[in-house]
Design a protein around this ligand. Structure first.
Ligand SMILES: *Cc1c(COP(=O)(O)O)cnc(C)c1O
Length: 232
């Protein structure tokens, strides 16, 4: 999208280019609260953050905007889970059984129970977290027993260096994996959500059946440089 467009103009253009069934999560990590206000004014209600302290700080500054849904999309350390449960409505980045167990433990003690996506790593990628397919299939019988948890689907991030057709294959595999889990587990593990697609590949993801795309730079422009190192 041209750099000269405002955030509002980018959002209008993006909304028109995506099917209305695709939920647009605006990834506001490293962007100031004012950028969230601009996106909110243009109709966005879903915002994604990858660091919980940063999210809480912005929530304070935006406390007058009551109907925002906050999505946590970053790697989550076990010792931060309680804070995350208290401040977001979705976690897209549940990437290991141990984390799910900790969420279950806290929910049983009264913490809020946000909607969850299980992050799957479909290609080797040292920079990314997530279950491999065999690991996830092995853990699913136990995952299906966490009846206090609100699992809704799967999330993936393809490696950066893939071609478009390789990226399409990854997204197709995620959809097929969700289909398989739906067949085998029925309502015991909800699988209606596919969180896939970022600024570089959202068109492919949308064509492959994404129900949520997570868009940062294509809406807000490049993230401020001073923050950019090592935080993605
Ligand atoms: C940063 C991030 C995004 C958004 O990335 P862009 O390339 O800016 O669209 C989406 N998902 C996750 C998990 C991220 O960390």
């Amino acid at each position: 999208m041209p750099e000269s467009l405002s955030i509002a103009e980018r959002i209008v253009a993006m909304r028109q280019s995506l099917p209305s069934s695709v939920r647009l999560v605006a990834v506001s990590k490293m962007q100031p609260a004012e950028a969230i206000r601009d996106a909110y004014a243009a109709g966005i209600r879903d915002f994604g953050e990858s660091r919980i302290q940063e999210a809480i700080e912005k929530q304070k500054q935006l406390s007058d905007l009551q109907d925002i849904t906050w999505h946590f999309i970053g790697h989550l350390q076990t010792n931060k889970v309680k804070l995350v449960l208290e401040h977001v409505q979705w976690i897209h980045s549940v990437d290991r059984l141990k984390l799910l167990k900790e969420i279950d433990r806290l929910v049983k003690r009264g913490s809020p129970s946000p909607k969850l996506c299980l992050q799957v790593k479909l290609r080797e990628d040292p920079n990314k977290f997530g279950w491999s397919v065999p690991e996830l299939l092995g853990d699913l019988p136990e995952i299906a027993t966490f009846d206090r948890l609100d699992v809704r689907g799967l999330m993936t991030i393809p490696p950066l260096e893939l071609t478009d057709s390789e990226t399409r294959a990854v997204f197709d595999e995620l959809r097929q994996l969700a289909d398989r889990i739906r067949r085998e587990y029925g309502s015991r593990v909800e699988m209606e959500q596919l969180s896939m697609g970022m600024s570089e590949d959202y068109e492919i993801a949308s064509a492959c059946g994404a129900t949520m795309v997570r868009l940062g730079r294509v809406l807000f422009g490049e993230r401020p440089r001073s923050f950019a190192a090592g935080q993605c």
